[in-house]
Design a protein around this ligand. Structure first.
Ligand SMILES: [Ca+2]
Length: 385
């Protein structure tokens, strides 16, 4: 996306000078020092300064020389728009006021009034125009006009790790969904020991940083695997997404979880996720806590999250040549689990026959010949010795 050059994209100022017309200069201030055009974020204030001079309040002078009028227009760019192209004739006039004296006037705008239901997500512009008063024979002339762009507040999600998750030696793939990052911003994911806290500098997750230095907001989707090296100790950790903008550093998302890189027992897993080590209640081996069809014991054995739908994340059997095969490598660091598989041609309860693991550790491979069988079923079996 190319950077917008204000000189060819925007009409920044129109000035009209006349004998019996006031003169005006509009200046817009925001917290963003971006030099090309005033801009800010949907949750931040705007300050408009209007300098009026050459008002001539003398008897006998035309009315046009005695009054200047300030118009405030707002216009949305739409839910994903960037203002190019934009028909500024369709902006909405939301207020007007009159100046009848010379001087410097400050017009504070605590929050923008760009149309939009979700106030943090509006994007558009406000325009402040000073006009002369129209007379019987003459129109109102634009004495000065300036605009400020308003961009939405960013939001983001971390998926792959959920609150309370227990992570072993192999970390789950992360997906960071970053929406409406401010045009000049740096966004990154970091981790630190303990529960979530404000203002902590943690360890940045390699590959998570997004630096924007443009003219419009942007979305990014980042997937990260193999970041386990950021965890230098076992225990409770917090991961958060931060974004630094001209308005400060904001936390967009956070999740706290437990890291245990070796020797995760089923009891420790139950304790971390269900608050009890016992094989009963919500944490019972046969219980399917979030009703995704996968019993807790299988969630543990395959490193899944028992509190988030894990449909489709178990190993799947496939036909390879003459064999019907299921193959997988269990997550590293789990203790007290035996992996097996059984096959049946009828699904009858007493028809399941155990298979031998023919894989080379740590991979597990279970196969059954297809030939001569019209139908064939494989199932995984996880047991605690
Ligand atoms: Ca489940």
């Amino acid at each position: 996306m190319r950077a917008a050059s204000p000189h060819d994209e925007y009409l920044l100022g129109i000035t009209t000078i006349g004998t019996y017309l006031p003169a005006a200069a509009v200046t817009i201030y925001t917290e963003d020092p971006y030099p090309s055009i005033p801009r800010t974020r949907a949750d931040r204030p705007i300050e408009v300064q209007v300098n009026i001079h050459n008002i001539l309040p003398y008897p006998g002078y035309p009315e046009s020389s005695k009054v200047a009028i300030l118009h405030r227009h707002v216009q949305s760019y739409g839910t994903t728009g960037t203002g190019h192209p934009l028909d500024r004739n369709s902006a909405t006039l939301i207020s007007q006021s009159e100046f009848t004296a010379n001087g410097n006037f400050v017009v504070p705008i605590p929050l923008n009034a760009i149309p939009g239901t979700n106030r943090t997500k509006v994007r558009g512009e406000e325009r402040f125009t000073v006009l002369s008063k129209p007379g019987d024979q003459t129109p109102g002339y634009i004495l000065d006009s300036q605009l400020v762009q308003v961009w939405p507040v960013a939001d983001a999600t971390i998926s792959g790790i959920s609150q309370g998750h227990l992570i072993g030696a192999s970390v789950p793939q992360l997906t960071l969904q970053l929406n409406d990052l401010y045009p000049s911003s740096t966004t990154w994911a970091q981790v630190y020991k303990g529960t979530s806290q404000n203002g902590i500098t943690g360890t940045t997750i390699p590959g998570s940083s997004v630096v924007l230095n443009g003219s419009v907001p942007a979305n990014r989707t980042i997937t990260i695997a193999d970041y386990g090296s950021v965890f230098d100790a076992d225990g409770l950790w917090t991961m958060e997404l931060l974004t630094k903008t001209p308005f400060g550093t904001d936390r967009l998302a956070q999740v706290s979880f437990t890291v245990q890189r070796s020797g995760i027992s089923l009891e420790g897993w139950r304790q971390a996720l269900f608050g009890s080590a016992a094989n009963s209640g919500e944490g019972a081996d046969e219980n399917d806590y979030e009703k995704d069809g996968i019993a807790n014991i299988l969630e543990f054995a395959f490193g899944l999250d028992p509190k988030q739908n894990s449909l489709g994340k178990l190993p799947v059997a496939a036909r390879v040549g003459d064999q019907f095969t299921i193959r997988f490598t269990p997550p590293a660091g789990l203790t007290g689990i035996l992996y097996g598989a059984e096959w049946s041609s009828s699904l009858q309860p007493d028809s399941w026959v155990p298979l031998v693991n023919t894989g080379e550790a740590p991979e597990h491979v279970f196969s059954v010949p297809v030939s001569g069988r019209s139908q064939l079923f494989l199932r995984l079996k996880v047991t605690t010795p």
